[in-house]
Design a protein around this ligand. Structure first.
Ligand code: FE2
Length: 201
């Protein structure tokens, strides 16, 4: 099976309020750690004994469960780094603004809810477009694979694990949430929304 390679081109530098050192640790240790583990799991899955699959415990079950953790660990980190890179001067597009106003009341109210979502969860805050209802939803995750909405496309991805901000802010998450919002590449978010709307048809 072809190995998954880390996407070096997504690594941001020169952000406002999130240091290159913080990003280096995050990208090189955490993100690449998920890439490596996912490759290891996929390799083991090739030969895992399907005839012994069991819901209490089996090697196959353990691999499938941890596949979701590491797969989403890779995907969410790539979306996170991508929506932070080269964002200076970008703005939410017309369609995104219209939908945020419709679904949250205003951009300010959306931000307030998004930050609350990032404060109330242990892993991630996502702004997603839900294909089932056509609505934007702030979706908080306690881990890469906990509380994800199944038919929703992530538009904006915020990592709130301590490893995302401890170098710069110690235990203070609030200033990191503000720094994140200062750095968002809205062009990336606008493009993801366009793609999600096309999928909905
Ligand atoms: Fe992370």
């Amino acid at each position: 099976m072809e190995k998954i390679e880390p996407r070096e081109e997504l690594k941001p530098t020169g952000l406002i309020g999130i240091s290159d050192k913080q990003i280096d640790f995050h990208f090189n240790t955490h993100y690449k750690g998920y890439v490596n583990k996912l490759n290891e799991i996929l390799e083991k899955l090739e030969t895992a004994d399907r005839s012994k699959a069991n819901q209490n415990y089996s090697e196959y079950r353990a691999l499938k469960v941890e596949e979701t953790f590491n797969h989403m660990g890779v995907v969410l980190h790539e979306l996170y780094f991508e929506n932070l890179k080269n964002g200076r001067g970008t703005k939410p597009g017309e369609k995104l603004t219209e939908m945020i106003n419709k679904n949250f009341g205003s951009m300010e109210k959306w931000k307030e809810d998004f930050k609350a979502c990032g404060t109330a969860h242990r892993g991630w805050a996502l702004l997603v477009f839900d294909l089932s209802t056509g609505r934007l939803i702030n979706n908080g995750l306690d881990a890469h694979n906990v509380y994800n909405l199944s038919n929703a496309i992530p538009l904006l991805v915020l990592d709130v694990y301590e490893h995302a901000y401890y170098v710069d802010y110690g235990p203070k998450r609030a200033p990191y949430l503000d720094a994140f919002l200062e750095n968002v590449n809205w062009e990336v978010v606008n493009r993801r929304l366009e793609r999600a709307l096309r999928l909905q048809g």
